[in-house]
Design a protein. Structure first.
Length: 391
């Protein structure tokens, strides 16, 4: 290796703009071998592991855990043990001011303007951008990071102080996480570029509720009503495959199996995890798969395989008391089914009032690939499947 090697935010995926550093698996002073897992970074709703391409020592950690940094930003430095701290400081200063690592000489005296008191040498692009947004003069900020580095928390603290001790704006500034930025970008693009139309139907679920009780009787593997509905949706997609599609460029990809993307709610937002070949799984197997993926989402351990390859999305907010809603399509999928709360209602049955457990389901369709009649036909087929599961 060259005697100093920069650890920069890699570009994992075409759409990646930045990543959030979750965990350093090495500490400053630890030896690093080629292939060692040095840090975990979250980007595009998944966690990637960065493996060192060189041997050396982790001499400097620049980005603390939890920080979001843009692609290319310097996170740390690996260097040979005999490289001096002054050389590493000069390397970092040159990197921060825009010089490429290759252009930075191995041994450089730290010149005026790039010393430890210079704001540029003590920050990264994300911190400088935040300071500009909040109107903070970085030269007036005291850095709390290693060797006086200025962190995002330092900038936010300086911005809060600038409002004056007696002035309370009542506003907390919370930068978007990498996950939230990805969600915001994709949903904005989806809503602007996809011609959505919506179809709503109500289904009686008393038969499914009874079926669920039978499945759970004496069983340690509990299934939910949502698991049963996913099983019904999977069968309906196989019977009406014109809804089981992706739009990829100018091509419609129609799936033979139902790879159902299930929206899992976490503190960071919704994660669309994929249950593959759901039409071939039992309800218990669907419950196990959903539970395992939800646990990985909560822990931030989802892989690209876990969140890709979906042919259709099911989003259920009924557990939050929502009765009905419309959902935004997650491209390249052609449709998403939004489920509300299952609740008892008075319905007409053979001319007489009766009480039934009902659920509202709204299908959002991409009109470029799914016509209204096709969407309506899918909802009819789903009603048939629910009835069959109930018998």
């Amino acid at each position: 290796m060259s005697e100093i090697y920069p650890i920069a935010v890699p570009k994992w995926g075409i759409e990646m703009i930045e990543g959030t550093l979750n965990t350093w698996n090495k500490r400053e002073g630890d030896s690093v071998s080629k292939g060692d897992e040095v840090f975990d970074m979250e980007s595009d709703k998944i966690v990637n592991v960065w493996e060192s391409p060189v041997n050396g020592v982790l001499r400097r950690i620049i980005a603390p855990e939890g920080d979001a940094r843009p692609v290319g930003a310097l996170l740390g430095v690996i260097a040979a043990a005999d490289v001096s701290d002054a050389e590493i400081d000069a390397f970092i200063a040159n990197y921060a001011t825009g010089e490429t690592p290759e252009a930075a000489p191995k041994s450089v005296a730290i010149s005026a303007g790039t010393g430890p008191n210079d704001a540029v040498s003590r920050t990264n692009p994300v911190v400088r951008q935040l300071a500009e947004q909040l109107g903070v003069d970085l030269n007036e900020v005291v850095g709390t990071g290693r060797r006086g580095r200025i962190t995002q928390d330092d900038v936010q603290a300086a911005a809060a102080e600038s409002t004056g001790p007696d002035e309370d704006t009542g506003v907390q500034v919370i930068p978007l996480s990498a996950t939230r930025k990805t969600i915001a970008r994709r949903l904005t693009e989806a809503k602007q570029s996809i011609p959505h139309f919506y179809l709503t139907a109500e289904y009686e679920l008393d038969g499914l509720v009874e079926h669920r009780e039978q499945l759970n009787a004496g069983s340690d593997n509990r299934v939910s009503l949502n698991d049963l509905i996913i099983a019904c949706v999977a069968q309906a997609l196989v019977r009406e495959p014109r809804v089981n599609v992706n739009l990829v460029g100018d091509e419609v990809h129609q799936f033979e199996h139902a790879n159902i993307s299930v929206a899992v709610a976490t503190e960071d937002g919704l994660y669309p995890v994929t249950i593959r070949n759901a039409n071939s799984l039992s309800v218990a197997e669907i419950a196990q798969a959903t539970g395992a993926l939800a646990e990985k989402a909560q822990k931030g351990k989802l892989t690209q395989e876990d969140i890709s390859g979906g042919s259709f999305t099911v989003s259920n907010l009924g557990m939050f008391g929502v009765t009905n809603f419309t959902a935004i399509i997650n491209p390249p999928m052609g449709a998403i089914l939004a489920l509300g709360k299952a609740e008892q209602k008075v319905v007409a049955r053979e001319g007489s009032p009766a009480v039934a457990t009902m659920i509202s389901a709204t299908l959002s369709c991409d009109h470029r690939v799914i016509d209204g009649a096709v969407g309506a036909r899918f909802l009819q087929v789903l009603a048939d499947v629910i009835s069959e599961f109930s018998n």
